[in-house]
Ligand binder design. Structure first.
Ligand SMILES: Cc1cc2nc3c(=O)[nH]c(=O)nc-3n(C[C@H](O)[C@H](O)[C@H](O)COP(=O)(O)OP(=O)(O)OC[C@H]3O[C@@H](n4cnc5c(N)ncnc54)[C@H](O)[C@@H]3O)c2cc1C
Length: 193
């Protein structure tokens, strides 16, 4: 891994969950020196406002890859930092009322069978038992996704950042004004091309 003296090999602008995750991934790949510039504090913009729900089953390939990598990262980060990230695998209940939503559930069922993922149709009494405050009177179909769960998004972002920083070639700079300089450079470059 290269040292941080001089210009970084990688510049990341923004220390939300994506910036922190990219910094950690670059650090793990020993790709070169990394500088992350955050104009405020890490993970204080959109990231802490998320519910932090991770849907296990998704018919979109991009979403599936993101989910798989995030779940792998949760395990790796806990090992690296020797701290729990408090992943809550509580399962998700999907409730369909309209024809379109029922078709979506059927799509997910087919997708789950094809990819060996967990999906289970449940009857109304079981759904009401699982979520007692749910008014399911108008719902027609229910499905349980047992591998779904949630995580504190702020905690996950700060774990990415801490683990990235543990690696000597990553520097995180918060309350930073330096990004303006880099943006000007990028603007000039794109005007030339
Ligand atoms: C109410 C709500 C619920 C959500 N629920 C979920 C959910 O359950 N599951 C899920 O997966 N997603 C959810 N999301 C979406 C998720 O929160 C976002 O996709 C994610 O947080 C985006 O992360 P980010 O790093 O791109 O952005 P941010 O967290 O916004 O980080 C961007 C950072 O860049 C910094 N920045 C911007 N410009 C500059 C600059 N010029 N120089 C330096 N720094 C700069 C900002 O200060 C900020 O810290 C939810 C979002 C909301 C609002």
């Amino acid at each position: 891994m290269k040292s941080l003296k001089g210009n970084p090999d990688f510049l990341i602008i923004g220390g939300g969950i994506f910036g922190c995750a990219i910094a950690w991934n670059l650090a793990r790949r020993s790709s070169g020196s990394v500088l992350l510039l955050e104009r405020q504090e890490l993970a204080t913009a959109t990231t802490p406002r998320a519910a932090g729900i991770i849907r296990n089953l998704n018919t979109k390939p991009g979403q599936t890859a993101l989910k798989t990598q995030t779940k792998d990262a949760i395990g790796l980060l806990s090992e690296e930092l020797e701290e729990s990230l408090h992943w809550h695998q509580v399962g998700g209940l999907l409730v369909a009322e309209s024809e379109a939503n029922i078709l979506h559930l059927e799509d997910l069922d087919r997708h789950a069978i094809k990819h060996g993922e967990n999906f289970r149709w449940v009857e109304r009494p079981e759904a009401e038992d699982l979520v007692p405050w749910l008014d399911a009177s108008k719902a027609n179909k229910f499905a349980l996704l047992p591998d779904d769960g949630f995580i504190d998004p702020y905690l996950l972002a700060t774990f990415y950042a801490k683990a990235a920083k543990k690696n000597g070639a990553v520097r995180l700079q918060t309350n930073s004004l330096r990004c303006i300089k880099y943006f000007l450079v990028l603007t000039v470059c794109s005007a030339d091309s």
